[in-house]
Design a binder for this molecule. Structure first.
Ligand SMILES: [Fe+2]
Ligand SMILES: [Fe+2]
Length: 226
């Protein structure tokens, strides 16, 4: 498997711009997302800042399973954390309605990717930095699908490997959170992986990365039985 696009030219532990500016920015944004979550109904199951931490950890584990060096896995963990920061700019009521969301609501929800990029743009302007480039790639494109049916309509050839992996991890976590319309759907780790593989498959995901993610997930599941 080729690892094109995973950042081997950057160590977040020693990079001064990351430590002085980017890390505090991400931490502050995650805190703001947590404050935003606190405004939502107490019984909501999709808590955004918790989702952010789960998917960042899944990213780190999958990268380790791919055999990437620990410092690269750590960079990827940090790039995944802020992927949904744009959500806090949307009205709270948009997320937790009892009814099926309208097309207009869906469009607004989808704008969180662009809104996230706006937040980054306000903070960093045109600052060029390899971490920022990757972070923006993931914020903007984490809801794409290989066949071009995602939020922005990009196809597999237009997506970097880190983004393709981010899309898989994002999708998995979304499916594993129980929602009212899921009924009695199997949301166990194995059940969700099976559904993604059989119902979505290569139309949505890079299957080589998907199987690596699945192995990392099942391995983690076996080591820490629920
Ligand atoms: Fe998202
Ligand atoms: Fe997300």
């Amino acid at each position: 498997m080729s690892f094109n696009g995973f950042p081997h030219d950057l160590n977040t532990d020693t990079d001064p711009i990351f430590q002085d500016r980017i890390r505090p920015f991400i931490e502050s944004e995650l805190k703001k997302l947590q404050e935003y979550d606190a405004l939502r109904p107490a019984d909501t199951l999709y808590i955004f800042h918790e989702h952010a931490h789960r998917v960042a950890e899944d990213m780190r584990r999958t990268c380790a399973h791919l055999g990437l060096p620990a410092f690269v896995c750590k960079t990827m963990y940090w790039t995944m954390l802020p992927h949904d920061i744009g959500k806090r700019l949307l009205p709270v009521a948009l997320w937790d309605s009892e009814e099926k969301p309208t097309e207009e609501m869906k469009q607004k929800r989808r704008s969180h990717a662009d809104l996230g990029l706006e937040i980054v743009g306000k903070e960093f302007g045109d600052t060029e930095h390899p971490f920022l480039a990757l972070m923006k790639d993931i914020i903007g494109n984490h809801h794409e699908q290989m066949d071009g049916t995602g939020y922005r309509g990009l196809t597999g050839e237009q997506l970097s490997a880190p983004v393709k992996l981010a899309c898989i991890i994002e999708s998995f976590d979304g499916y594993q959170i129980r929602r009212p319309h899921f009924g009695d759907r199997d949301i166990s780790t194995a059940g969700v992986l099976k559904r993604m593989r059989e119902e979505k498959g290569a139309a949505f995901y890079d299957m080589e990365l998907f199987e690596a993610f699945a192995e990392a997930k099942i391995g983690a599941h076996t080591r820490h039985p629920e």
